[in-house]
Design a protein around this ligand. Structure first.
Ligand code: V47
Length: 364
């Protein structure tokens, strides 16, 4: 037996993982309850290496947050603002186009676009945004609009989600980012984000997108008031949805940043918890190919360690991240391609540049 696992109290789970047996709710809770991080990590690393070998993925991407005006105003969010707030903003399509043009000479393969639920922007704004970006950079993959935004568009346009997804696809949408899932528990949603769509709606919208041929990501926002049981219920709901559609590309555990939020009295997550969440996600989500350690939220140093605790991806160059930085993130706004490669290489992994759909980008 793997030395780290001996006498860890989770040897039986190790045996299940070796036999590729699906872990149960109770197994998941026990993994979270275990403080034997090395045992947890080494079991997760077995799965990580079986699925992705020694590769660690990164992407050359750009983030655009088109507006922070939001009708939901979730208690964990420092980004969303009321329309009347002096810090509220919305970008014109021209401004967004300018941001794409600013980086037209760089090998950006993906633009990641999300924003608040703005009550004033018309449905046509979102379709025009996609079309104008494609006009000036036709080969770029647009990963945009969480399923929460897509459900909001359906409401705005008074159209079924299916039709909205077809419209967005036709305008140039390539895939959907994983935000807005938070924690699926009704208790948490009532306390922290009562206006946000329900977990059933989040999952159903994602499934509709998958059935229409769009891939999407999934997240959990951990480290606030949720219990281990609620985290595992969340992971199991995603695992069930993935069994149904196979449409999820990657899972990203998002570490809660409390500063400037209604929950500012809570402490930020610790490195121990961050690694545990990566490892448990890798073990529970047996039908997800990828687990991302988002360096913006946990820092490049811990993202390196996460590459041996279940993660196989650290996201990308990013540039201009607002959601985490407004909540007090102390990480930088961007990493260069060389910095990403060095971070991965020094963690003993092989850096592989990918596109959004995990196709390898030929080396330049
Ligand atoms: O939906 C909000 C979360 C999400 C805070 O799909 C917070 O590849 C921490 O989903 N502290 C947006 N998190 C970011 C996101 C994402 C990021 C990178 C890659 C991908 C992907 C997706 O951030 C929100 C919410 O769940 N969030 N406030 C906060 N204070």
């Amino acid at each position: 037996m793997n030395q780290a696992v001996q006498d860890s109290g989770i040897e039986d789970i190790f045996e299940k993982v070796k036999k590729q047996q699906r872990l149960s709710f109770e197994d998941g809770v026990r993994l979270y309850q275990s403080n034997n991080l090395l045992a947890l990590g080494s079991i997760a690393n077995i799965v990580r290496e079986k699925k992705n070998g020694n590769k660690a993925y990164y992407i050359y991407n750009q983030h655009i947050n088109y507006s922070n005006i939001c009708v939901n105003l979730c208690r964990f969010c420092a980004f969303g603002k009321d329309r009347e707030d002096p810090a509220a903003y919305e970008m014109t399509i021209e401004k967004i186009v300018e941001k794409i043009k600013e980086r037209i000479d760089e090998p950006v393969s993906e633009v990641h676009i999300v924003g608040g639920l703005n009550p004033d922007l018309p449905y046509s704004y979102y379709l025009d945004m996609l079309k104008e970006i494609k006009k000036i950079r036709p080969s770029i993959h647009i990963q945009a609009f969480t399923v929460v935004e897509i459900a909001h568009f359906a409401h705005l346009a008074e159209k079924p989600v299916e039709t909205v997804i077809e419209d967005l696809k036709e305008a140039g949408l390539g895939s959907i980012p994983g935000g807005g899932a938070e924690v699926f528990s009704t208790r948490i949603r009532e306390k922290l984000c009562p206006k946000k769509l329900s977990s059933e709606e989040w999952l159903n919208t994602a499934k509709i997108a998958h059935k229409a041929g769009l891939r999407s990501n999934a997240t959990i926002l951990y480290g606030h008031i949720e219990t281990y049981e609620e985290r595992i219920e969340h992971l199991m709901a995603l695992r069930n949805a993935q069994d149904e559609t196979g449409g999820f590309l990657t899972f990203i555990p998002l570490a809660f940043h409390p500063r400037n939020t209604d929950l500012a009295s809570l402490s930020p997550t610790t490195g121990f918890e961050d690694l545990k969440n990566i490892a448990v996600a890798r073990l529970m989500l047996d039908n997800f190919d990828h687990i991302k350690a988002y360096w913006v939220m946990i820092g490049p140093k811990l993202a390196q360690v996460a590459l041996s605790f279940g993660a196989d991806d650290i996201d990308g160059t990013v540039l201009e991240e607002k959601i985490t930085h407004m909540a007090g993130a102390e990480t930088s706004q961007a990493l260069t391609r060389n910095e990403l490669r060095r971070v991965i290489r020094e963690a003993g992994r092989e850096p592989v540049e990918r596109d959004t759909l995990y196709n390898e980008v030929p080396k330049v």
